[in-house]
Design a protein around this ligand. Structure first.
Ligand SMILES: Cc1ncc(COP(=O)(O)O)c(C=O)c1O
Length: 408
């Protein structure tokens, strides 16, 4: 799936492959204890060895233990793991992916600033920009990630941050990240990316000059559909400290138990992602040959806008994609099909071992938004888990059969 050399931190000698590095870590258990996993260290108070250490404490320093909120050996181990996985130098953990997005916005923007977001951005990020950010005097403008003229037209001297998402939530367009970064750099504007689809492995934003990488660890790194967490990774220390200050002021921390589960999940990340990605490709190919499917929106398919950028910039695909059904199908028929699914569960989020399906409305009240959307049929988002793919196809076949019966 991936070339190990691509995931090396340029600053550190990395004699081992990715799979090895995901399993082995730098945590030192207490002497004479041979457990293989990182211990769960809880703390609010952390005792200083003497008053000089207390007086000179600095929560901004990496791995400095000052108070539970700022981190324990468990949380710091996970931060280091994410930073190294994503090719960054610094990482902050947040209690959800959305909290990570929020901290990026609030750390980087102030009243009078403008932020640009792709129009296919994760819905709650759009909601944050249109409500709280607006209330704080921050101007949010949405651009079409498939038409960078719309981004250029929105750039002005107030613009301080450009968000990117690759591919875009639900409608799956892959943007030309290097081109967006080039436009931002010409004007000294910071760039942030939601890199969740790539699971930290399939796309390397820092290699393309992106400043801030946000990742909903809730998805693939957790892998269990049961832990929520987000990360913000940077290479630049000043940027990291700015984010860390906002993180500290809001009092947002993560539970060491959740970090433990995340670390445990990450050991099998590469294996799970490979199986889910392969299953996703097989399902997308199955959908592509069906007469009731108008379009397959999977970055590895030429029918997906931005497919060429995916082929140029990515090292593979995860199991999340969408399809647009033929326009003759309406909500009532789609609902019969969805209710008939047995292995696919109906539910939000993704990245676990269970396959999922969710219907989405585009450009309708409460739905996802696109400036340019020409499809007329209903959109369904599928997530391929790690089940046997033949069983998944059989499940889809029987459910689509029920939908067809309604038209027979
Ligand atoms: C692309 C993307 N970004 C961010 C998030 C938010 O992550 P979380 O659910 O951890 O808040 C999600 C969640 O579905 C997502 O799909």
């Amino acid at each position: 799936m991936s070339n190990d050399d691509d995931f090396r931190d340029a600053n550190a000698p990395a004699p081992h492959g990715l799979g090895t590095r995901l399993v082995h870590h730098d945590y030192q258990p207490p002497s004479a204890f041979g457990g293989l996993n990182v211990g769960v260290h809880h703390a609010s108070t952390i005792a200083f060895p003497n008053v000089a250490a207390l007086r000179s404490r600095d929560w901004r320093k990496a791995d400095s233990y000052t108070y539970g909120l700022h981190g324990t050996p468990t949380t710091f181990t996970l931060e280091r793991r994410i930073a190294s996985l994503e090719g960054g130098h610094h990482c902050l953990l947040l209690p959800s992916g959305l909290a990570a997005i929020t901290v990026v916005d609030l750390a980087m923007l102030k009243a009078g600033d403008r932020v640009l977001l792709p129009d296919n951005v994760y819905g709650p990020s759009r909601e944050l920009a249109n409500t709280t950010l607006k209330d704080f005097g921050i101007d949010a403008v949405f651009y079409d990630p498939t038409n960078l003229a719309t981004l250029e037209a929105a750039l002005d001297e107030r613009t301080k941050l450009i968000w990117m998402e690759t591919p875009g939530s639900v409608t799956m367009e892959v943007p030309d990240i290097p081109a967006i970064v080039a436009l931002a750099k010409q004007r000294g504007i910071l760039t942030a990316i939601d890199n969740t689809w790539a699971a930290g492995l399939l796309f390397r934003p820092f290699d393309h000059g992106v400043d801030i990488v946000m990742h909903a660890l809730t998805k693939y790194p957790s892998g269990g559909s049961d832990v929520m967490m987000g990360s913000i990774t940077t290479r630049d220390e000043a940027l990291h400290l700015r984010l860390k200050a906002t993180h500290m002021r809001f009092g947002i921390g993560v539970a060491p138990d959740d970090c433990y589960l995340m670390l445990r999940g990450m050991a099998t990340l590469e294996l799970r992602l490979a199986k889910s990605g392969d299953n996703g490709l097989a399902l997308a190919a199955w959908f592509a040959q069906r007469p009731d499917v108008a379009t397959v929106l999977h970055p590895a398919h030429a029918s997906c806008p931005g497919h060429a950028f995916w082929a140029r910039d990515f090292h593979g695909s995860c199991g999340l994609f969408s399809v647009v059904l033929d326009a003759r199908y309406g909500e009532a028929e789609v609902d019969v099909m969805l209710d008939a699914l047995k292995l696919f569960k109906l539910g939000y989020s993704w990245g676990g071992v269970h396959s999922l399906a969710v219907p989405y409305a585009v450009n309708q009240p409460g739905g996802t938004s696109r400036l340019a959307w020409s499809h007329r049929g209903p959109l369904l988002r599928f997530y391929a888990g790690t089940e046997d793919v033949n069983d998944l196809i059989a499940d889809l076949t029987q459910a689509f059969g029920k939908m067809a019966l309604l038209r027979a």
